[in-house]
Design a protein around this ligand. Structure first.
Ligand SMILES: [Mg+2]
Ligand SMILES: [Zn+2]
Length: 177
C-alpha cells in the first residue's frame, strides 16, 4: 500500500497568481522542489489534487491545462522527482460537480486507482476546502500552509516547512516504537 502525499497545486507547488495556465506564469513556490524531494526520500508517493475552475469558467482550455501539467511534471522529473498521478476538477462552482474541493471526488478517483494507506498519508493545501476534502476522503493528516491566523489546524509557512516538520515527527515516532 502506498503512503501518499496528496498535494494541492496552486499555492502549494507553485505560487498562486490566480488561474495559472501558461508556462511563463508557473513559478515553483519557494522550497517546493526541495519539499517534493524530501517527501519522496521519506517514502511518499506524490499525487496532485487540483481545482481548475478556470477551465469551466472559460479562462483556459483543458488542453492548456494538460500542456502546463506535462511541462511542470517534466521539470520535476529533471530534478529526480516522480509525480505518481495528477487529478483535476475542470468544473466551475455552479456546475455542482462531485469533484470540486471541498468535495472528495478527486480523492476518491485517486483511491480507486491506487492502493493507498490512508493512515500514513497526508494532504497539504493552502485553503480550508483542501483540508475538508481530504478529511471526507479519510486522509489521516492534513496541513494548511500560508497565512491562516484563525485556523486551529497545524499551519506552516510553506510546503517545505510543513514537510520538514512532518518527517521529523515521523522519525521521533519511529524511534519511540
Ligand atoms: Mg491552492
Ligand atoms: Zn468537478
Amino acid at each position: 500500500m502506498l503512503k501518499v502525499a496528496f498535494l494541492d497545486r496552486d499555492g502549494v507547488i507553485n505560487n498562486d497568481l490566480g488561474y495559472v495556465y501558461q508556462i511563463d506564469d508557473f513559478e515553483f513556490a519557494e522550497g517546493s522542489i526541495e519539499a517534493l524531494k524530501l517527501l519522496q526520500d521519506n517514502g511518499f508517493s506524490i499525487i496532485v489534487i487540483t481545482n481548475q475552475s478556470g477551465i469551466g469558467r472559460g479562462y483556459y482550455s483543458e488542453r492548456d491545462y494538460q500542456v502546463l501539467t506535462e511541462w511542470y511534471i517534466q521539470r520535476l522529473v529533471e530534478k529526480g522527482i516522480v509525480v505518481a498521478d495528477v487529478y483535476h476538477c475542470p468544473h466551475a462552482p455552479e456546475d455542482n460537480c462531485i469533484c470540486r474541493k471541498p468535495k472528495a471526488g478527486l480523492f476518491l478517483q485517486a483511491l480507486s486507482r491506487h492502493s493507498v494507506d490512508l493512515s500514513s498519508s497526508l494532504m497539504v493545501g493552502d485553503k480550508l476546502s483542501d483540508i475538508a476534502a481530504a478529511n471526507i476522503a479519510g486522509v489521516k493528516q492534513s496541513y494548511l500552509i500560508g497565512e491562516h491566523l484563525n485556523s486551529h489546524l497545524p499551519s506552516y509557512k510553506n510546503l517545505l516547512a510543513c514537510v520538514q516538520a512532518h518527517c521529523d515527527g515521523e522519525k521521533i515516532l519511529s524511534k519511540e516504537k
